[in-house]
Design a protein around this ligand. Sequence first.
Ligand code: SAH
Ligand code: SF4
Length: 341
Amino acid sequence: MNQPVKTYSIETLQALLKENGLPAFRATQMLEWLYGKGVTSYEEMTNMPKAVREQFAEAYPLYTPTVADKQVSIDGSRKYLLRFHDDVIVETVGLPSNDGRLTVCCSSQAGCAMGCTFCATGRNGLTRDLAVGEIVDQILAVQRDFGERVTNVVVMGQGEPFANYDNVLAALRIMNHPKLLSIGARHITVSTCGLIEGINKFAEEPEQFTLAISLHAARQEARDKIMPAVKNQRLGALRQALERYAETTGRRFSFEYALMEGVNDSEEDLQELITYCKRLLCHVNLIPLNEIDDSPIHPVSNDVMRYWRDALENAGTPASIRASRGSDIAGACGQLANKYK
Ligand code: SAH
Ligand code: SF4
Protein backbone atom coordinates (compact mmCIF):
# COMPACT_ATOMS: atom_id res chain seq x y z
CA MET A 1 0.00 0.00 0.00
CA ASN A 2 1.23 3.50 -0.78
CA GLN A 3 2.17 5.63 2.17
CA PRO A 4 2.99 9.31 2.62
CA VAL A 5 6.54 9.79 1.35
CA LYS A 6 7.90 10.70 4.77
CA THR A 7 7.06 7.29 6.20
CA TYR A 8 9.96 5.75 4.26
CA SER A 9 13.50 5.18 5.50
CA ILE A 10 16.47 6.00 3.25
CA GLU A 11 16.60 2.38 2.01
CA THR A 12 12.86 1.96 1.45
CA LEU A 13 12.66 5.25 -0.43
CA GLN A 14 15.54 4.12 -2.64
CA ALA A 15 13.73 0.83 -3.29
CA LEU A 16 10.49 2.66 -4.01
CA LEU A 17 12.04 4.86 -6.68
CA LYS A 18 13.73 1.86 -8.20
CA GLU A 19 10.37 0.05 -8.40
CA ASN A 20 9.05 3.11 -10.20
CA GLY A 21 11.81 2.67 -12.77
CA LEU A 22 13.95 5.60 -11.62
CA PRO A 23 17.77 5.55 -11.40
CA ALA A 24 19.46 5.62 -7.97
CA PHE A 25 20.52 9.27 -8.17
CA ARG A 26 16.84 10.31 -8.18
CA ALA A 27 16.44 8.86 -4.70
CA THR A 28 19.40 10.91 -3.50
CA GLN A 29 17.87 14.01 -5.08
CA MET A 30 14.51 13.39 -3.49
CA LEU A 31 16.03 12.79 -0.06
CA GLU A 32 17.97 16.02 -0.36
CA TRP A 33 14.80 17.93 -1.20
CA LEU A 34 12.87 16.33 1.64
CA TYR A 35 15.44 16.44 4.41
CA GLY A 36 18.29 18.64 3.22
CA LYS A 37 16.29 21.57 1.95
CA GLY A 38 13.06 20.61 3.69
CA VAL A 39 10.65 21.46 0.86
CA THR A 40 6.93 21.26 1.49
CA SER A 41 5.78 20.19 -1.99
CA TYR A 42 6.92 18.07 -4.90
CA GLU A 43 6.65 21.13 -7.16
CA GLU A 44 9.70 22.59 -5.45
CA MET A 45 11.83 19.59 -6.50
CA THR A 46 12.86 21.42 -9.63
CA ASN A 47 15.50 18.98 -10.84
CA MET A 48 13.06 16.06 -10.81
CA PRO A 49 11.14 15.29 -14.03
CA LYS A 50 7.69 16.83 -13.97
CA ALA A 51 6.00 13.49 -14.63
CA VAL A 52 7.72 11.96 -11.59
CA ARG A 53 6.71 14.87 -9.40
CA GLU A 54 3.09 14.54 -10.49
CA GLN A 55 3.05 10.78 -10.11
CA PHE A 56 4.53 10.98 -6.63
CA ALA A 57 2.28 13.81 -5.51
CA GLU A 58 -0.64 11.57 -6.39
CA ALA A 59 0.66 8.32 -4.93
CA TYR A 60 2.83 9.34 -1.98
CA PRO A 61 1.55 12.53 -0.37
CA LEU A 62 4.08 14.90 1.12
CA TYR A 63 2.93 16.30 4.43
CA THR A 64 4.66 18.92 6.54
CA PRO A 65 3.68 19.66 10.13
CA THR A 66 2.55 23.15 11.10
CA VAL A 67 3.58 25.00 14.24
CA ALA A 68 0.35 25.10 16.27
CA ASP A 69 1.93 26.91 19.20
CA LYS A 70 5.30 28.23 20.27
CA GLN A 71 6.54 29.47 23.62
CA VAL A 72 9.83 31.18 24.29
CA SER A 73 11.53 30.81 27.67
CA ILE A 74 13.48 33.56 29.38
CA ASP A 75 16.52 31.29 29.04
CA GLY A 76 16.17 31.26 25.23
CA SER A 77 14.75 27.78 24.78
CA ARG A 78 11.72 27.51 22.53
CA LYS A 79 8.99 24.97 22.83
CA TYR A 80 6.83 24.07 19.85
CA LEU A 81 3.63 22.18 19.39
CA LEU A 82 3.70 20.61 15.96
CA ARG A 83 0.51 19.49 14.29
CA PHE A 84 0.61 16.66 11.76
CA HIS A 85 -1.76 16.13 8.82
CA ASP A 86 -4.15 14.02 10.93
CA ASP A 87 -4.31 16.71 13.67
CA VAL A 88 -2.13 14.70 16.03
CA ILE A 89 0.16 17.02 17.98
CA VAL A 90 3.56 16.53 19.59
CA GLU A 91 6.00 18.78 21.33
CA THR A 92 9.55 19.64 20.40
CA VAL A 93 12.02 21.89 22.18
CA GLY A 94 14.93 23.89 20.78
CA LEU A 95 17.71 24.59 23.29
CA PRO A 96 20.40 27.05 22.19
CA SER A 97 23.63 27.29 24.18
CA ASN A 98 26.27 29.98 24.48
CA ASP A 99 28.93 27.86 22.80
CA GLY A 100 27.04 27.82 19.48
CA ARG A 101 25.32 24.51 19.89
CA LEU A 102 21.63 24.14 19.11
CA THR A 103 20.05 21.06 20.65
CA VAL A 104 16.64 19.69 19.77
CA CYS A 105 14.64 17.58 22.17
CA CYS A 106 12.31 15.62 19.91
CA SER A 107 9.41 13.23 20.39
CA SER A 108 9.32 9.66 19.11
CA GLN A 109 5.62 8.98 19.65
CA ALA A 110 2.49 11.04 20.19
CA GLY A 111 1.82 10.24 23.84
CA CYS A 112 3.33 7.20 25.52
CA ALA A 113 1.98 3.84 26.64
CA MET A 114 4.38 3.42 29.57
CA GLY A 115 2.45 5.43 32.15
CA CYS A 116 5.30 6.49 34.43
CA THR A 117 3.55 8.18 37.33
CA PHE A 118 5.77 11.30 37.44
CA CYS A 119 5.54 12.00 33.70
CA ALA A 120 2.99 14.27 32.05
CA THR A 121 3.16 12.34 28.75
CA GLY A 122 2.44 9.07 30.50
CA ARG A 123 -0.91 10.32 31.77
CA ASN A 124 -2.84 10.21 28.56
CA GLY A 125 -1.57 6.99 27.03
CA LEU A 126 -0.33 6.49 23.50
CA THR A 127 -1.98 8.19 20.54
CA ARG A 128 0.27 6.74 17.85
CA ASP A 129 3.82 6.12 16.74
CA LEU A 130 5.50 8.88 14.76
CA ALA A 131 6.58 8.14 11.20
CA VAL A 132 10.23 8.44 10.20
CA GLY A 133 9.83 11.86 8.60
CA GLU A 134 7.66 13.15 11.41
CA ILE A 135 10.59 12.65 13.74
CA VAL A 136 13.02 14.36 11.35
CA ASP A 137 10.54 17.18 10.66
CA GLN A 138 10.86 18.27 14.28
CA ILE A 139 14.54 18.97 13.70
CA LEU A 140 13.79 20.84 10.48
CA ALA A 141 11.13 22.95 12.21
CA VAL A 142 13.55 24.07 14.93
CA GLN A 143 16.31 24.70 12.41
CA ARG A 144 13.97 26.88 10.36
CA ASP A 145 12.68 28.84 13.34
CA PHE A 146 16.15 29.55 14.76
CA GLY A 147 17.70 30.08 11.31
CA GLU A 148 20.64 28.00 12.54
CA ARG A 149 21.93 24.49 12.05
CA VAL A 150 20.91 21.95 14.68
CA THR A 151 24.06 20.39 16.15
CA ASN A 152 22.67 17.99 18.77
CA VAL A 153 19.55 15.88 19.17
CA VAL A 154 18.12 14.20 22.25
CA VAL A 155 15.16 11.87 21.78
CA MET A 156 13.68 12.87 25.14
CA GLY A 157 10.36 14.41 24.23
CA GLN A 158 7.13 12.48 24.22
CA GLY A 159 7.12 8.74 23.77
CA GLU A 160 9.32 5.73 24.33
CA PRO A 161 11.77 5.58 21.39
CA PHE A 162 12.44 1.84 21.69
CA ALA A 163 8.70 1.15 21.43
CA ASN A 164 8.98 2.71 17.93
CA TYR A 165 12.46 1.35 17.27
CA ASP A 166 12.60 1.04 13.49
CA ASN A 167 11.15 4.46 12.76
CA VAL A 168 13.41 6.11 15.32
CA LEU A 169 16.54 4.46 13.92
CA ALA A 170 15.56 5.34 10.34
CA ALA A 171 15.04 8.95 11.45
CA LEU A 172 18.40 9.07 13.23
CA ARG A 173 20.09 7.84 10.03
CA ILE A 174 18.54 10.71 8.08
CA MET A 175 19.70 13.18 10.74
CA ASN A 176 23.18 11.66 10.67
CA HIS A 177 23.54 11.41 6.87
CA PRO A 178 26.29 13.75 5.61
CA LYS A 179 24.17 14.94 2.67
CA LEU A 180 21.04 15.45 4.74
CA LEU A 181 21.16 16.90 8.27
CA SER A 182 24.74 15.87 8.95
CA ILE A 183 24.39 15.71 12.73
CA GLY A 184 27.20 13.63 14.26
CA ALA A 185 26.07 10.27 15.68
CA ARG A 186 27.80 11.02 18.96
CA HIS A 187 25.70 14.18 19.17
CA ILE A 188 22.47 12.18 18.98
CA THR A 189 21.14 10.67 22.22
CA VAL A 190 18.28 8.25 22.66
CA SER A 191 16.62 7.99 26.06
CA THR A 192 14.72 4.85 27.00
CA CYS A 193 12.78 3.75 30.06
CA GLY A 194 14.86 0.59 29.87
CA LEU A 195 13.46 -1.76 27.22
CA ILE A 196 16.10 -4.49 27.20
CA GLU A 197 15.45 -5.80 23.71
CA GLY A 198 15.90 -2.29 22.34
CA ILE A 199 19.13 -1.77 24.27
CA ASN A 200 20.51 -5.03 22.87
CA LYS A 201 19.64 -4.02 19.31
CA PHE A 202 20.95 -0.49 19.79
CA ALA A 203 24.32 -1.89 20.93
CA GLU A 204 24.68 -3.60 17.54
CA GLU A 205 23.96 -0.53 15.38
CA PRO A 206 27.04 0.60 13.47
CA GLU A 207 26.68 4.30 14.33
CA GLN A 208 28.03 5.73 17.57
CA PHE A 209 24.70 7.03 18.82
CA THR A 210 24.54 7.80 22.55
CA LEU A 211 22.28 6.02 25.03
CA ALA A 212 20.51 7.32 28.13
CA ILE A 213 18.47 5.21 30.53
CA SER A 214 15.64 6.59 32.66
CA LEU A 215 16.46 4.72 35.83
CA HIS A 216 14.81 6.86 38.54
CA ALA A 217 15.27 4.08 41.11
CA ALA A 218 17.79 1.30 41.66
CA ARG A 219 15.52 -0.25 44.26
CA GLN A 220 13.09 -2.59 42.48
CA GLU A 221 10.11 -1.85 44.70
CA ALA A 222 10.43 1.91 44.21
CA ARG A 223 10.91 1.55 40.47
CA ASP A 224 7.87 -0.73 40.11
CA LYS A 225 5.73 1.94 41.72
CA ILE A 226 6.74 4.85 39.53
CA MET A 227 7.44 2.96 36.29
CA PRO A 228 4.77 0.24 36.26
CA ALA A 229 5.16 -0.68 32.58
CA VAL A 230 8.74 -1.85 33.00
CA LYS A 231 8.11 -4.10 35.98
CA ASN A 232 8.96 -7.05 33.75
CA GLN A 233 12.28 -5.49 32.73
CA ARG A 234 13.96 -6.27 36.03
CA LEU A 235 16.81 -4.12 37.31
CA GLY A 236 19.17 -7.12 37.35
CA ALA A 237 18.48 -7.99 33.72
CA LEU A 238 18.71 -4.31 32.76
CA ARG A 239 22.12 -4.06 34.37
CA GLN A 240 23.35 -7.12 32.48
CA ALA A 241 22.14 -5.62 29.20
CA LEU A 242 23.96 -2.39 30.01
CA GLU A 243 27.16 -4.24 30.84
CA ARG A 244 26.95 -5.91 27.44
CA TYR A 245 26.16 -2.56 25.82
CA ALA A 246 29.30 -1.01 27.29
CA GLU A 247 31.40 -4.03 26.30
CA THR A 248 30.10 -4.12 22.74
CA THR A 249 30.28 -0.41 22.04
CA GLY A 250 33.01 0.78 24.39
CA ARG A 251 30.78 3.79 25.01
CA ARG A 252 29.64 5.31 28.25
CA PHE A 253 25.88 5.68 28.71
CA SER A 254 24.02 7.81 31.21
CA PHE A 255 21.38 7.17 33.83
CA GLU A 256 18.68 9.73 34.37
CA TYR A 257 17.45 10.00 37.91
CA ALA A 258 14.80 12.52 38.89
CA LEU A 259 14.80 12.75 42.67
CA MET A 260 11.28 12.60 44.11
CA GLU A 261 10.60 13.37 47.74
CA GLY A 262 9.72 10.31 49.78
CA VAL A 263 9.71 8.12 46.68
CA ASN A 264 13.28 7.42 45.59
CA ASP A 265 15.38 9.76 47.74
CA SER A 266 16.18 7.74 50.88
CA GLU A 267 19.66 6.79 52.05
CA GLU A 268 18.81 3.21 51.07
CA ASP A 269 17.89 4.39 47.55
CA LEU A 270 21.22 6.17 47.31
CA GLN A 271 23.19 3.13 48.48
CA GLU A 272 21.33 0.89 46.01
CA LEU A 273 22.18 3.32 43.22
CA ILE A 274 25.84 3.42 44.22
CA THR A 275 25.96 -0.39 44.21
CA TYR A 276 24.11 -0.55 40.88
CA CYS A 277 26.60 1.79 39.21
CA LYS A 278 29.75 0.08 40.54
CA ARG A 279 31.94 -1.09 37.66
CA LEU A 280 29.44 0.13 35.04
CA LEU A 281 30.67 2.49 32.33
CA CYS A 282 28.03 5.07 33.20
CA HIS A 283 27.36 8.64 34.21
CA VAL A 284 24.48 9.69 36.45
CA ASN A 285 22.40 12.74 35.55
CA LEU A 286 20.43 13.93 38.53
CA ILE A 287 17.39 15.75 37.19
CA PRO A 288 15.31 18.28 39.09
CA LEU A 289 11.76 16.91 38.95
CA ASN A 290 9.36 19.11 37.04
CA GLU A 291 6.15 19.17 39.01
CA ILE A 292 3.10 18.26 37.01
CA ASP A 293 -0.40 19.49 37.76
CA ASP A 294 -2.31 17.68 40.54
CA SER A 295 0.57 15.29 41.16
CA PRO A 296 1.37 14.05 44.66
CA ILE A 297 5.03 13.70 43.62
CA HIS A 298 7.37 16.56 44.52
CA PRO A 299 11.01 17.46 43.89
CA VAL A 300 13.73 17.40 46.55
CA SER A 301 15.80 20.39 47.68
CA ASN A 302 19.00 21.44 45.93
CA ASP A 303 20.91 20.35 49.03
CA VAL A 304 19.67 16.79 48.61
CA MET A 305 20.62 16.87 44.91
CA ARG A 306 24.14 18.01 45.80
CA TYR A 307 24.43 15.42 48.56
CA TRP A 308 23.57 12.67 46.06
CA ARG A 309 25.97 14.00 43.47
CA ASP A 310 28.85 14.14 45.94
CA ALA A 311 28.09 10.68 47.33
CA LEU A 312 28.10 9.18 43.82
CA GLU A 313 31.30 10.99 42.88
CA ASN A 314 32.99 9.84 46.09
CA ALA A 315 31.99 6.27 45.29
CA GLY A 316 33.65 6.59 41.87
CA THR A 317 30.60 7.18 39.66
CA PRO A 318 30.63 10.40 37.65
CA ALA A 319 27.50 12.38 38.42
CA SER A 320 26.09 15.77 37.59
CA ILE A 321 23.00 17.83 38.26
CA ARG A 322 21.20 18.70 35.08
CA ALA A 323 20.12 22.29 34.82
CA SER A 324 16.40 22.56 34.43
CA ARG A 325 15.57 24.69 31.44
CA GLY A 326 12.36 26.18 30.20
CA SER A 327 10.42 25.51 33.39
CA ASP A 328 8.68 28.84 32.86
CA ILE A 329 7.22 27.47 29.63
CA ALA A 330 6.03 24.14 31.06
CA GLY A 331 9.36 22.48 30.43
CA ALA A 332 8.60 18.96 31.54
CA CYS A 333 7.97 16.23 29.12
CA GLY A 334 4.37 16.37 27.88
CA GLN A 335 3.26 19.35 29.89
CA LEU A 336 2.68 21.75 27.04
CA ALA A 337 0.81 19.21 24.96
CA ASN A 338 -1.43 18.41 27.92
CA LYS A 339 -2.24 22.07 28.50
CA TYR A 340 -3.14 22.40 24.86
CA LYS A 341 -5.62 19.53 25.01
N1 SAH B 1 10.45 7.61 27.18
C1 SAH B 1 11.82 7.91 27.24
C2 SAH B 1 12.19 9.26 26.64
C3 SAH B 1 11.29 10.42 26.93
S1 SAH B 1 11.20 11.01 28.59
C4 SAH B 1 12.34 7.80 28.63
O1 SAH B 1 11.54 7.67 29.55
O2 SAH B 1 13.55 7.79 28.80
C5 SAH B 1 12.67 12.01 28.74
C6 SAH B 1 13.17 12.13 30.17
O3 SAH B 1 12.33 12.99 30.97
C7 SAH B 1 13.19 10.80 30.88
O4 SAH B 1 14.36 10.62 31.61
C8 SAH B 1 11.99 10.92 31.78
O5 SAH B 1 12.07 10.00 32.80
C9 SAH B 1 12.10 12.36 32.19
N2 SAH B 1 10.89 12.90 32.82
C10 SAH B 1 9.61 12.56 32.62
N3 SAH B 1 8.80 13.29 33.41
C11 SAH B 1 9.57 14.10 34.13
C12 SAH B 1 9.33 15.09 35.13
N4 SAH B 1 8.09 15.38 35.54
N5 SAH B 1 10.39 15.74 35.65
C13 SAH B 1 11.65 15.46 35.25
N6 SAH B 1 11.94 14.55 34.31
C14 SAH B 1 10.92 13.86 33.76
FE1 SF4 C 1 6.88 7.38 28.55
FE2 SF4 C 1 9.36 8.17 29.17
FE3 SF4 C 1 7.21 9.47 30.16
FE4 SF4 C 1 7.78 7.02 31.03
S1 SF4 C 1 9.06 8.85 31.28
S2 SF4 C 1 5.74 7.76 30.43
S3 SF4 C 1 8.57 6.06 29.18
S4 SF4 C 1 7.80 9.35 28.03
